[in-house]
Ligand binder design. Structure first.
Ligand code: 3PG
Length: 213
């Protein structure tokens, strides 16, 4: 059974956004994050190794829940499903993308930045959305304002979320979790410094996702 996006967002307070250049980094990276208490992983389609990385994590790190991010084309949905992804994340939302995710049998966490996009996603029955890019689009103040017209929508802010501000986001009633790339710095990946990545994960994983709090 593939999880719903509500289940994905309820599993951990932070979803690490992973840019994996070398397929060999995938399994130790996933193990390091799981060891630090962050089992939900988003592998972005920004590198040629991304889909192979997803397949390797799915096969070798069963404790991880791995999804594919940077889904920007209809065809990405099927490719992600074939690689073994459990969910999809996109920076934006279109009707065709929503239909492609459904056809691929995977939940989609679509990015929204405006009220109109929240309405578009809502018309397809989605109320669990990524707020992207969060800081550039007004950060916590924007999310507070969006709660008025959309009290039942729950967000995963991503883009500019950092150790210094992630708790501000998690304290909002309409935020279930946040996403961010700071958990897997390129320098740590290049050096194979998996302990550092586990430490970074531990620093944030103690925060309960709101869905479980
Ligand atoms: C994403 O792909 O969701 C963002 O690029 C992650 O943003 P960050 O690098 O600011 O965390």
């Amino acid at each position: 059974m593939t999880p719903t996006i509500a289940e994905v967002m309820g599993r951990a307070p932070v979803i690490p956004v992973l840019e994996i250049e070398d397929r060999a980094q995938a399994v130790p990276l996933a193990r390091a994050l799981v060891a630090g208490g962050l089992p939900v992983l988003e592998v972005t389609l920004r590198t040629g190794a991304a889909l192979e990385a997803v397949a390797a994590i799915r096969r070798e790190v069963p404790e991880a829940l791995v999804g594919v991010g940077t889904v920007t084309r209809v065809g990405h949905c099927r490719e992600a499903a074939d690689a073994g992804a459990s969910f999809l994340v996109s920076p934006g939302v279109t009707e065709r993308l929503l239909a492609a995710a459904e056809a691929a049998g995977l939940g989609l966490l679509p990015g929204i930045a405006t009220a109109s996009e929240i309405i578009l996603a809502g018309e397809a029955g989605l109320r669990h959305l990524k707020f992207f890019p969060a800081e550039a689009n007004g950060g916590t103040a924007a999310l507070r304002a969006l709660r008025g017209p959309f009290p039942d929508v729950r967000f995963c802010p991503t883009g500019g979320v950092r150790p210094q501000n992630f708790l501000d986001y998690l304290s909002l009633p309409n935020v279930l979790c946040v996403g961010g790339s700071w958990l897997a710095p390129a320098s740590a990946l290049a050096a194979g410094d998996w302990d550092r990545i586990t430490d970074l994960a531990r620093q944030v994983s103690g925060e309960r996702p709101r869905a479980l709090a």
